[in-house]
Ligand binder design. Sequence first.
Ligand code: 5GP
Length: 203
Amino acid sequence: MNKEGILVIISGPSGSGKGTVVSELVKTDSFLLSISATTRSPRAYEKNGEHYYFYTKEEFEYMREHGQLLEWAEFCDNYYGTPRIYVEKQLKQGKNIILEIEVQGALQVKKLYPESILVFLIPPNLEELGRRLINRGTEDKETINKRIHRALEEMEYIPQYDYIVINETVEKAKKDIETIVAAETMKCSRNKKIKEIFKGENV
Ligand code: 5GP
């Protein structure tokens, strides 16, 4: 049976730990990660083509205007977007793809791909969120405040998501997401061609 891959969209406030959870999921080889385009400046450890594709505002706008992005959004004064071709190609080949994107982009993708799974990852509490943002030390105070404010706004979108996962530990959050995807894979609506398996068999 030649099935399309599943598109898993993971959102959550800055400091929810989604980057770590996603990188653990990708290590299992069950998922490919879509690398986003952004106009944000790279953090010290970030490499072009590995963490993001870094573009100028003009380059990003060109891509956006020429239909090269599946979705895009502005987040804390920068643009972020998902390159279209990679996702379309891998899904057709039956590969599961993870998009780690914010809420506006997630809802755009859900419209395009209603069968995609929207997962919202939250930290166990708000203090933990602030603590994680400060501890990672990649943003200045003003940006941290903006991101905390944005985190509260993003929580309002939770009812539009399919699943919520509380990131108490990376291991547990990873397992929860794997469980969600395993159950989704077994949905009858995703297995409409199941009868073809029996074709030609003498039963
Ligand atoms: P950061 O600057 O911390 O890497 O990312 C900021 C926010 O942008 C995060 O919520 C992240 O998930 C989101 N983001 C990253 N890539 C994309 C993308 O391609 N599209 C959208 N809509 N959001 C993205």
